[in-house]
Write a protein that binds this ligand. Structure first.
Ligand SMILES: [Zn+2]
Length: 244
């Protein structure tokens, strides 16, 4: 049954394919009606949701080494190919006056930032004896971080992206770093590797303050959320409005 579904090749990935083999090929299929129904209703863990979402994605290499940001991009494409460019309704609190605002954005107006490096891995060399290699967080890394409940731990996220060392050793190296210039480079590397969703600008309806609203609030990304969620507990609430 699976093979009768149309698979579409992904182009223009946010990662520019730098983390993949040269002749990489990634394809996705639209969501099935059954999946849409399932995503709309089921209450499962985030890691199980990620695994479910991966079922409609194929690659000619280990697909769990697809970068997390490419994965989110593909999920967005899958949603659009299934439901059309529906509206995302989001609520944010104004940075000027704290007023609660509600806005809508069309799914196909969501833009991703490109990875800002020319090649991977990023290599950090310190003196003669220290060499650290980094590539962006993958779907597999993300699931492991969720399993460890470390997805909000910046050091853990960084350690997962350090590729020439075991995770535990990388964590220790980064956590014990004390040289200010090296710490600064770590945060620069983090910024370079984290190619996320571009923030959207909205003017507050009350005070006209121009707010930049981040759509990817950390790992718990809106794109992984249920297709229709009535409410989110944090300050940014997003629901998929299928009316338009
Ligand atoms: Zn305001």
């Amino acid at each position: 049954m699976e093979k009768n579904l149309p698979y579409i090749q992904v182009k223009d990935l946010p990662s520019k394919g730098l983390a993949y083999p040269e002749n990489y090929n990634i394809t996705y299929r639209p969501f099935t009606y059954g999946e849409v129904k399932q995503y709309s209703t089921s209450n499962i863990s985030l890691q199980d949701r990620v695994k479910q979402l991966m079922e409609g994605i194929n690659a000619n290499f280990d697909k769990y080494s697809i970068t997390l940001m490419d994965f989110l991009f593909i999920i967005l494409l899958r949603r659009i190919s299934t439901l059309g460019s529906t509206n995302l309704k989001l609520t944010y609190f104004c940075n000027g006056c704290r007023e609660e605002n509600t806005e809508t954005i069309k799914l196909n107006n969501i833009e991703f930032k490109d990875l800002e490096v020319k090649k991977l891995p990023l290599v950090l060399k310190i003196n003669e004896d220290e060499r650290y290699e980094f590539t962006p967080l993958t779907v597999g890394d993300y699931i492991q971080l969720l399993d460890m409940k470390k997805d909000n731990d910046d050091i853990a996220v960084m350690a997962k992206q350090m590729r020439n060392m075991k995770y535990e050793d990388a964590y220790r190296v980064i956590a014990n770093e004390y040289r200010p210039d090296v710490i600064e480079i770590y945060s620069e590397i983090d910024k370079k590797l984290n190619h996320g969703v571009k923030p959207v600008k909205f003017k507050c309806k009350k005070c006209q303050f121009e707010n930049e609203v981040n759509l990817d609030t950390g790992g718990d990304s809106f794109l992984l959320d249920k297709f229709r969620s009535p409410q989110r507990p944090n300050s940014l609430r997003i629901v998929l409005d299928e009316g338009a």
